[in-house]
Write a protein that binds this ligand. Structure first.
Ligand SMILES: [Zn+2]
Length: 175
């Protein structure tokens, strides 16, 4: 996915050829910044793409800070949690859920191979990891009863990040 996305960015950026004249194979962070810049992405969309497809840690912390306020507002609408750190942990888990699609048990292959057998992986659907409430409890570090209490809001956070991704990808022509 990372490679596909970058290929699209490169193909649709007329300025790229000029800036890369020195070496056709070298894509610098400056090139990418420039390409994302001319797509009129807002800061959150920009940071989302850099975080998800280029594993950029600065973008991740910047996005987290920006989304924290939005996440706080989602809780504020219904009920602010008493549990310490819950908003941060929910947001962090939701970001991981949207960004990490590939199953880490089978490496995205959808099957678990041993010397004796090949079995369908129980944790995913053809390599796309299935995030259920049990996994979410483990990721957030809260017991099931606490997670369930705020599950609606958790799903709203997921939805918010999904919308951010859709909007970012449609601006760069990825949909
Ligand atoms: Zn799997």
């Amino acid at each position: 996915m990372k490679a596909e996305l970058l290929t699209k960015l490169l193909a649709k950026s007329p300025s790229f050829e000029m800036s890369s004249g020195r070496n056709h194979n070298a894509i610098t962070p400056e090139d990418i910044n420039h390409m994302l810049g001319i797509k009129k992405l807002n800061r959150k969309e920009y940071n989302f793409l850099l975080m998800k497809y280029l594993d950029n840690d600065d973008s991740k912390s910047s996005l987290f800070d920006d989304l924290y306020e939005d996440t706080y507002q989602l809780f504020y609408k219904t009920e602010l949690p008493e549990e310490k750190g819950l908003i941060r942990k929910f947001l962090n888990s939701a970001i991981v859920e949207v960004v990490t699609e590939r199953c880490f048990f089978c490496n995205g292959t959808g099957v678990i191979k041993t010397l004796a057998s090949i079995n369908k992986c129980n944790h995913c659907d053809n390599g796309i990891f299935l995030y259920d409430d049990k996994v979410r409890c483990e990721m957030t570090g809260f017991p099931h009863n606490v997670f369930i209490k705020y599950k609606e809001t958790y799903l709203e956070i997921i939805d918010m990040i999904n919308r951010l991704e859709n909007s970012a990808r449609s601006k760069i022509g990825d949909y």
